[in-house]
Write a protein that binds this ligand. Structure first.
Ligand code: 5GP
Length: 207
């Protein structure tokens, strides 16, 4: 069976990526979402195992030591990382996997999984991003300032990605991501193995 493709999505915090991915999963089949582990405290409404696997710093450090994460980073004082087992098992079933992670983690994935697809979601502009973060009301002024600064740094690293998708309107942005998924499945380097098999089978029946 052909393995699924790994899609890595990054976006400055508050860019609305959760909403885009939610919308994407409504209109796309055969995709799984990798729930990250984090040492940050749950925000109101966040559920363990759904939004994140919430862990203590000690538990997280144990996961790192045991090589249970595909990548991890420390972001604004907390650990975030991708549990390896879910990703491997899902790809092996032929199902695509989406990681929603920040840039440093994405760069680690790029080294380990060179044929992964890297998508950068961009805010229409940074002022709007700040308004969204303030409007969300979940972070202090200091954390918001930290996150805006981090967004600047992240946008500077966009060149490491394969696709840049503007999140102006959620359904549109989700549709653009969907088109990327479809196109990636048609790439010659992804399907050539199947055709090589076909050719060699033909030779056998000629004999
Ligand atoms: P938040 O605290 O707003 O949920 O997430 C903060 C940042 O951590 C976001 O940019 C998000 O993409 C990133 N993030 C979430 N999960 C992971 C992960 O597993 N690995 C890495 N490297 N970043 C993550």
């Amino acid at each position: 069976m052909e393995k699924g493709l790994l899609f890595v999505v990054s976006a400055p915090a508050g860019c609305g990526k959760d909403t885009i991915l939610e919308q994407l999963f409504k209109v796309t089949e055969n995709v799984g979402y990798s729930v990250s582990a984090t040492s940050r405290a749950p925000r109101e409404g966040e559920v363990d195992g759904v939004h994140y696997h919430f862990r203590t710093r000690e538990q997280f450090e144990k996961m790192i030591k045991n090589e249970e994460v595909l990548e991890y980073t420390e972001y604004c004082g907390n650990y975030y990382g991708t549990p390896l087992t879910y990703v491997n098992e899902t790809l092996d079933k032929g199902i695509d996997v989406f990681l929603e992670i920040e840039v440093q983690g994405a760069l680690q994935v790029k080294k380990k999984v060179p044929d992964a697809v890297f998508i950068f979601l961009t805010p229409p502009d940074l002022n709007e991003l700040q308004e969204r973060l303030v409007g969300r009301g979940t972070d202090s002024e200091e954390v918001i300032a930290q996150r805006i600064e981090r967004a600047r740094e992240e946008i500077a690293l966009m060149s490491e990605y394969d696709y840049a998708i503007v999140n102006d309107e959620v359904p549109l942005a989700a549709e653009r991501v969907k088109r990327v998924i479809e196109a990636e499945h048609f790439r010659v380097d992804r399907v050539i193995g199947r055709y090589r098999n076909m050719i060699s089978e033909k030779k056998l029946s000629d004999k």
